[in-house]
Design a protein around this ligand. Sequence first.
Ligand code: A3P
Length: 299
Amino acid sequence: MNETKVDWEVRRYEVGEVEGIPLTKIICDKWDKIWAFQAKPDDLLISTYAKAGTTWIQEIVDMIQHDGDLEKCKRASTYERHPFIEWVFHENSPTGLDLAEAMPSPRTLKTHLPVQLVPPSFWEQNCKIIYVARNAKDNVVSYYHFHRMNQIMPEPGTWEEFFEKYVTGKVLWGSWYDHVKGWWDAKDNHRILYLFFEDIKENPRREIQKVLQFLGKHLEKEVLDKIIHHTQFEVMRRNPMANYTFLPPEILDHSISPFMRKGTVGDWKNYFTVAQNERFDEEYKQKMAGTSLTFRMEL
Ligand code: A3P
């Protein structure tokens, strides 16, 4: 959707549920079609919990697929290059499914769905999937600001109110805990590369090399250097095809909070009160008990 105007009334979405997972009502209404989506064996799926670094890994993958050709990566916005399979802006605009179906193969697709809601054809076709996870504390801060600036997301309320909704899993796409754990378990039985935001931040070269290997690609050092440069926060922030200024300002109001906000690890320290942090750590311990999955909350 690269038009600057929207011809429908912009208002915050109502929330529904699919199998207990909060999704926008408009997605719930189209759920049968989304579930029946036909993946193809050469589809690559990028999966994340919202605000975990989706746009970042999308740009990295696109640069890899186009051998570092910047012009090719600027051919269209993030939203158009990688159809967001479950997304529906409005009855009158093409859905993520429409964009995916219109796209020639090989396709790279995006989802925020928890693993149990991924359309079964992705498993049947044994598609490759790249999952990026981000530590819960930075994730909630980023998600809060995104709700403020995105005029179609449900009303976030105050930071305290949003924090409560997040820890109880009452936000769109559901519980962060279940999401990251569900995908972590799935990686043992499927072709899933599981990456961490914090690792990419710490050492993009190392993590991009993992992506290259997973995709079966080899690139010369100069190309890899170019990809590392182009996908840095400061560079992506200025890229109109990746910084979400391509969506109309009625939807994303960057003057409230830019989509490319800070891109750091540990910003949660500027938001969590001592009491919130204690509450969070307690809950975290219980919810993450029994998993081998660990996160770094600072670098
Ligand atoms: P912050 O709000 O903490 O800044 P998503 O793409 O999943 O919606 O995630 C958006 C988050 O990823 C935002 O986090 C954004 O700034 C961050 N991000 C996007 N591109 C980045 C990059 N190249 N380097 C670091 N962070 C990036």
